[in-house]
Each structure stands twice: as C-alpha cells, then as structure tokens.
Design a protein around this ligand. Sequence first.
Ligand code: ZN
Length: 168
Amino acid sequence: MSIIDDALKANQTYAKTHDRKLAGRPYPKIAVVTCMDPRLSHLTAILGIPQADLDVIRTGGPAVTDDVLGELVVSTRVLGSTEIMLLNHTGCGFTTFTDAELNAKLSKETGDASPAPMRFFSFKDPEQNTREQIKRVRSHPWIAREIPVRGFVFDMETGLMREVLAGS
Ligand SMILES: [Zn+2]
C-alpha cells in the first residue's frame, strides 16, 4: 500500500461526515501566498483564520510567479478576497541551493540535461524575497489599490511572524 492508497481509504471514512454545504461556491476573505513546506500547512492555527476564509496559494519559497499573480487576481477580483498576505519563512529548502547548482546536479544525476535551465526560484534571504514579492504584487495593474498587500517571515524557531516592509 502506498501513501496515496492509504489516503483513498481514509477518504471513504471522511466522506461520511463531509459538510455537503461546501458544494456551493467558496467565499474566501484573504489570499495567503506561502511555501509548499509542510511545516506551514496548519495555517488555521498559525493565523487564527477559519479555513473557509482562506484562499491558500502555495509554491516553493514561496515564489510569486505569473501563475501566482493570476491566482491573486482571481482571488480578489472573482472570489472576493479583500487582503493579500505573503508568508515566507526561515529555514526554507529553497535557500539550500541555487537554480544553477540544481540544474547541474539533476542533469548529471539523470544523464538528461534537456529540461535545463529549469526555474526553481531559489533564493538566499527570506526578507529580501518578501520585499520583492510585495513590489511584484503591488505593481500589478489588476490587483486593486485598496487591497492591502503585506509580507511576513514566519520564524520556525519561535512560531512568530515578523512583518517585512516593502521599502525597508
Ligand atoms: Zn519554504
């Protein structure tokens, strides 16, 4: 049995108590862009925001890619989110390599360099990463001016979030 096979079995049990009202449309209040890191999965506890209010967009880092910008536009313009939070963190796996290093390593390990150069959006400094993200989101013409865009670094040691200002 694989993890996915176990998950399918667990889903049968879950479905017995599933809230059927969820079949309607979602009404998120805030879009949160954060890392794929499993330590950031419990956002309802970390942020104290109910699950139903959270539009969570996750990428490695996180990286604010063109796809993420598209999702933020939909979250705020179509679904109704009124705030955007960019949540980085300390100890991110994407700070442990550079894109060039990983491209070289995988080309060598697999013997196939055809996907290179692949963009992994590695970075070194989560605060700098956050500042760039705020600017990127804030400057998008389809993200409305009145939507607050605020960035934070979650400290894995303390569990506390530290705000990063775009201009600092
Ligand atoms: Zn991460």
